[in-house]
Design a protein around this ligand. Structure first.
Ligand code: RB5
Length: 149
């Protein structure tokens, strides 16, 4: 499995931890930055990760800003992206099992490192249940198609 990760300055410290967790899971990590604590704009990193996910060169993405909110809003503007802001293990599990989320957004200022480790492990391990949820996810794609005409 390959996972793209990106953060702004508010998520930089947590991005390092996320990279460690992914490596320990045997996952190849593509880190699109940022690499310094200097202030940057989260949509630039959301776009990079979302486009990698959309293009299929990675399986999943993880985006971290101060709250995870800006990253999730920005990533969800890219067609085909289902970015979920998860703040506990249950929301991370449901994001994969029911919503087939392909990007996890985390808040570097809102989620502590130990909880974040468990959220990341859950997100990359859980499968999409499909079944009745597939029809609903397909309806999201339908909204996207019909709104971009
Ligand atoms: C940057 O200060 C902050 O606004 C950003 O990291 C994020 O929380 C936005 O949603």
């Amino acid at each position: 499995m390959k996972v793209a990760v990106g953060s702004d300055h508010g998520g930089l410290d947590l991005k390092k931890i996320v990279g460690e967790v992914l490596a320990a899971e045997g996952i190849q990590v593509i880190d699109v930055g940022t690499d310094s604590p200097d202030s940057v704009d989260y949509p630039d990193y959301a776009r990079k990760v979302a486009e990698l996910v959309r293009g299929g060169s990675v399986d999943l993405g993880i985006l971290i800003c101060g709250t995870g909110i800006g990253m999730s809003i920005a990533a969800n503007k890219v067609p085909g992206i289902r970015a979920a802001l998860a703040w506990d293990i249950f929301t991370a599990r449901m994001a994969r099992r029911h919503n087939n989320a392909n990007i996890l957004a985390l808040g570097g200022r809102t989620t502590g490192p130990e909880l974040a480790r468990e959220i990341v492990k859950t997100f990359v391990r859980e499968p999409f249940e499909a079944g009745r949820h597939e029809k609903r996810v397909n309806k999201i794609a339908e909204i996207e198609r019909e709104s971009h005409q």
